[in-house]
Design a protein around this ligand. Sequence first.
Ligand code: XLS
Ligand code: NI
Ligand code: NI
Length: 402
Amino acid sequence: MEDWLKVAVCYWHSFNWPGTDIFGGGTLNRPWLGATVTQAMADAKLDAAFDFFARLGVRYFCFHDVDAMATAATLKEHDQNLRKIEAGIAAKMAATGVKLLWGTANLFSHPRYAGGAATSPDPEVYAWAAAQVRCCLEATHRLGGENYVLWGGREGYDSLLNTDLKRELDHYGRFLSMVVEHKHRIGFKGTILIEPKPFEPTKHQYDHDVAAVFAFLQRYDLTKEVKVNIEVNHATLAGLDFEHEIAAARAFGIFGSIDINRGDPRNGWDTDQFPNNAQELVPSMLQLVEDQGFVTGGFNFDAKLRRQSVDPVDLYLAHIGGIDTLARALLAAVDVAADGGLARLKRERYQGWDDELGLRIAGGALTLAALADLATERGFDPVPRSGRQELAESMIARHSKY
Ligand code: XLS
Ligand code: NI
Ligand code: NI
């Protein structure tokens, strides 16, 4: 179960977020945070984070460059500060055995990125982003990270009136190609992942959902190089089921990893909550079972506490509850798979496609006219058949007993 779930704690929401929201200040006791983070503050944060990872007993963590390091004013300083904290991270990893699921550069918080990073109208901003990604990709590589993530937080627009969509997409495609080229240049063996999200903070993000990302990757010839990191609530925000996003990614051959934080179906924003409904996750978990687990991915808790969860124990309770939810969903999914009923139902539903007619059509042996003639000659008169949806749903419910 540990190997299959590959649970990761995220550095940012857990240690780099004081509990602010747009109407109020921090509520959580995070003494190492401030407008300017000194090296001593970054080190205190590192101590607290790895103490938490080790006590919780998880095997992985994820981080953004700026979550972990001391504040930097210039690119030179950025490189130096990131290297300093990288040394600290490496020592903690060696001491605790905790591994890096993925690293990522924060290309959205600093005011310079208000108009985007890889889609900025200003090439100097674009160059800053390139420098940050270079530093962070190299640090991730040296730390033995298993993936590198790009979430296009501000790769999108607020208004098309001032946005050259085609130009921005071309720049973004070029950016990603440079990242891939650099990955190979330094010998990074992990997977490059894009994290789709439809909006927030921008009105429209180019990496809207898995299908949009795949179209983008095709356009810039990157389908063999880049996969996706799917977040539950980003699917919800896109008006899609989480399991749909996984199924689409698997169909396109770009499934990579998961951010398992959920949203609230009544809220239209990213509430980043810990998962607590195992049954809801079973259809997604079943797909992971069919794949026999992740290749390089894992389950990252990109989740934050509620602002009133002010006790240190709340961070433990949140993660333990979330991990138990994943465990329950996995046990249920394994039972559903072992039962075999759902697989049989699907096989029987598509039976015709495994027979002579289906094989000839799908194999490309017939033209439209030939198929039309054949249907007419044979006098096809197909009878409607049940899709058995209620039975399929009850198979999930029946096995969700953990
Ligand atoms: C924001 C994203 C972000 C990425 C990492 O909505 O989920 O946290 O996972 O940059
Ligand atoms: Ni998110
Ligand atoms: Ni995320």
